[in-house]
Write a new protein. Structure first.
Length: 250
C-alpha cells in the first residue's frame, strides 16, 4: 500500500464529529497530500502565508497558542481571505513567551483546543503553497500535531522567504551574510512592521515581503514553482540555483 492510500485510509478513519467540525473536509485532505505541479509560473499560483505563536521553542514540550494565515494569488494579497485563531495551549504560557507575543493565559483559557482549530486551519490552507519566514519552526509544531492526531504530516509545498531573500541578495551582489529577522527583511522592502508577533499580522508582513520578492525573482530568472522551491531549499534544488546556505526548509 502506497503512502497516499495509507494516509487516505487514516483520514477516512477520523470520526464523523471531526468531519462535521471541518468547514471543508476535502480542502483539509488536500492540505495533507499537497500540490505536485512544479511547472506552474510563480506569479499565477496560490500561496497561503502562515505564522504561529508558541508557548516556547521546545518542540517536545511547548505548544501552539495562535495560528494565522493569509492567502495570495500570485502577487495579489487577498485581504478577505485570512485565518486568525487563538488556541488553548496544552502547556502553560510563561512570562518570557507572553512578553514576545502578548497573549496572556486569560485570553486563551476558554479558547478551543488545537484538536478543534487544526482541521479549520488545514481546511483554510487547502493545497496552496505554504509560505513563511523560517517556516521550519511553524511546521515542526504543526507536523507534531498532525502526526499525533492523524498519523501523517502536512505535505504542502513550502517556501521560505528568508532563503528567497538571501538568494536574491547574493545574486545581485549584496551582503548575504548574517541572519536578518522578518522585520529586518520587511524594512528593506519598505514594508511596515506594525503588530509584530501577532500571528496573522506577521503572516501579513511575510505576504508583503513575498509580494515584493516575486517580481524581483522573476527578473532574476526564477519562473516556475520548481525553480522557486530550488531557491527556497537549496539543499534540494538544482545546480543552477544552488548556493552555500546553512538554513532553509526541510
Amino acid at each position: 500500500m502506497g503512502f497516499r492510500d495509507w494516509s487516505r485510509g487514516k483520514i477516512s478513519d477520523l470520526s464523523d464529529t471531526y468531519k462535521q467540525k471541518s468547514s471543508n473536509f476535502g480542502a483539509m485532505e488536500a492540505a495533507v497530500f499537497g500540490s505536485e505541479d512544479h511547472s506552474l509560473p510563480i506569479d499565477k499560483v496560490r500561496y497561503v502565508v502562515i505564522d504561529s505563536e508558541l508557548t516556547g521553542l521546545d518542540a517536545k514540550k511547548d505548544s501552539i497558542v495562535s495560528l494565522g494565515a493569509i492567502r495570495m494569488l500570485g502577487t495579489r494579497i487577498l485581504l478577505g481571505e485570512t485565518f486568525d485563531r487563538l488556541v488553548s495551549p496544552e502547556t502553560k504560557l510563561t512570562g518570557a513567551s507572553v512578553v514576545i507575543h502578548g497573549i496572556t493565559p486569560g485570553e486563551v483559557a476558554e479558547k478551543p483546543s488545537i484538536e478543534a482549530v487544526l482541521p479549520e486551519f488545514l481546511s483554510f490552507c487547502g493545497d496552496d503553497i505554504m509560505v513563511g519566514y523560517m517556516p521550519v519552526i511553524d511546521l515542526t509544531f504543526l507536523n507534531r500535531e498532525t502526526k499525533r492526531l492523524y498519523g501523517i504530516s502536512v505535505k504542502n509545498l513550502i517556501i521560505d522567504v528568508f532563503a528567497l531573500d538571501k538568494w536574491r541578495r547574493q545574486r545581485i551582489g549584496e551582503d548575504s551574510s548574517g541572519c536578518p529577522s522578518l522585520y529586518d527583511i520587511a524594512k528593506s522592502f519598505d514594508v511596515p512592521v506594525k503588530g509584530a508577533h501577532n500571528a496573522v499580522a506577521d503572516a501579513f508582513i511575510t505576504a508583503q515581503v513575498l509580494q515584493r520578492l516575486l517580481p524581483v525573482l522573476i527578473d532574476l530568472g526564477i519562473k516556475s514553482v520548481g525553480e522557486l522551491l530550488a531557491v527556497s531549499n537549496p539543499a534540494k534544488g538544482g545546480d543552477k540555483f544552488r548556493f552555500s546556505f546553512k538554513f532553509g526548509n526541510f
